[in-house]
Design a protein around this ligand. Sequence first.
Ligand code: ADP
Ligand code: MG
Length: 607
Amino acid sequence: MPIRHLPDTLINQIAAGEVIERPAAVVKELVENSLDAGASRVDIVLRDGGRSYISIADNGQGMTAQEMIIALDRHATSKLPDDDLVHIGSFGFRGEALPSIGAVSRLSLTSRARGAQDSFVVRLEGGRKSDVAPSSHPQGTKVEVSDLFYATPARLKFLKTAKSEARNVREVIDRLAMAWPDVTFSFTNDDKTVLTYPAESGDLFEQRLSRLARIMGEDFSVNALRIDAKRDHYHLTGYAGLPTINRGTAQHQYLFVNNRPVKDRLLIGAVRGAYADFLASNRHPMLSLFLNLPPEEVDVNVHPAKAEVRFRDNALVRGLIVSALRHALAQAGHRASTTVAEQTLQALRPEDWSGEYKQNPANYKNIKGMEGVPYRGSWLEQRGNALLAGFDMPPSARVDAQPVTEENTVTAVQDFPLGVARAQLHETYIVAQTRDGLVLVDQHAAHERLVYERMKKSMQGEGVKRQALLIPEIVEMDDLSAERLLDRKTELETFGLVIESFGPGAIAVQEVPALIGQTDVRSLVVDLADDLANYGQTVSLQEKLQEICGTMACHGSVRAGRRLSVEEMNALLRQMEQTPHSGQCNHGRPTYVELKLSDIEKLFGRR
Ligand code: ADP
Ligand code: MG
């Protein structure tokens, strides 16, 4: 076969294969063009999930007739004025999107340049360009794409259902809309409005928070920590969710480099590292972070769709993200997310609450002051007895707290975010009264977190203090477990645990971490041996510090089922207030739940 140059149409189809793999990719390229053109409003319309029709209209700077003709040519761009691939300040620069899309669909480009009287339209079908014709269009540009992939049927087969393609499109719009909160976006699919994001006002942080509330939900924006950290010329901003509003997938992590949405492994890894202490490995935080750095410090030209980037200084990027997030989480202190109370209320509410009200609204109308408030008589009749039975005090449950007099409660309660201990229930939960509600604490989970945090802190400082046992404790186990522990003898010492061999299958424990105090040494050592079996030989214990501390902390903590005095309970509450990260246990579960009086009133239909 003779060697030859490929025709342009084919070249463009090949290029389209790289970048334009589905409707969402078309939308991404075209919306990016609109943003590059300085638009303050972008309207996206889809039919049939984008398969039959996609239209992107903007009010940006527009194009003249000549510019429109060139724009449809391959490698034609207005965005590299100095032929400089290093200082890229726009989304586009490859000059490939329009010709590529036009090679696999019927594309029509309508535009009116800023300040111009006339507007024009030009078409590109299966790679063939039409003449420019006059049209009528306000300032800005509209690109319409019909019959996507009609020219490349193989691609058509890979499209998913219209619904799922539309979901992908929405995801693309959401990401770009996060980065451009002062731009109005609308998205219509099959004549139904999917979203409208009005331009947000205020400073950049305020704009972003309002936009994030629309995209990620009110729950996120209320429970997000503001991130604003700088190192050299690298600047990290955005919002990171409290660990207690974690999710099962990493999909709710939105990362941007110089305002460009990316899915970069280095960044994802840094986020994971920062939250590792607070979340089980299968739970993921929600966040939206913007890294801004000088363009010469990052290469965006490593991936055709530009989703991945390459940094000049990986360590600096990672360090900045990890330390900024950790710092913010530490500042959050004992804050657990408000969704915890919401979930509690949901759990307490009868499922048929609103359903029943809708069916028999008349039942609820005639009670004075309760108009519109469901009366729960019938629900109580059905289920009240079972519920009340739960309040029958088993003999083990004791209410320990002394009654506190009216005056000293009021001032004391006001001073403490977690309130004053009023009772202990089932020797497991502390009930505290706050100024405007109540707090329910899981004493074991809370104490475990406190011990864990103290342990971590002393490891970083002067090292863990040890406490010698009067008589060494001999722990019997299988040979292999004993060997595993002895292999790590020196490392374990740095954690405060001193062990010796005591014949085959036995270990003598001489010293334990002072922090964990009186504890069941036997089960602690056995648990650690299990941990070691799980990690294997290659991992250093330092790397597994979290789990080791976790195991030790768990053994050193107040057990559920232990009776606490009022002083002990209050001491625990005060320590929680002062300890970073005490709002959740090591697995992202909350250590306490707060119910506001207004929540409680809702429960009882008083509101
Ligand atoms: P790139 O964005 O990489 O430059 P494209 O093929 O996406 O390549 O676009 C080619 C050129 O067309 C752009 O450089 C720009 O000058 C012009 N253009 C495309 N879309 C728009 C738009 N919505 N408004 C104004 N100009 C546009
Ligand atoms: Mg472009």
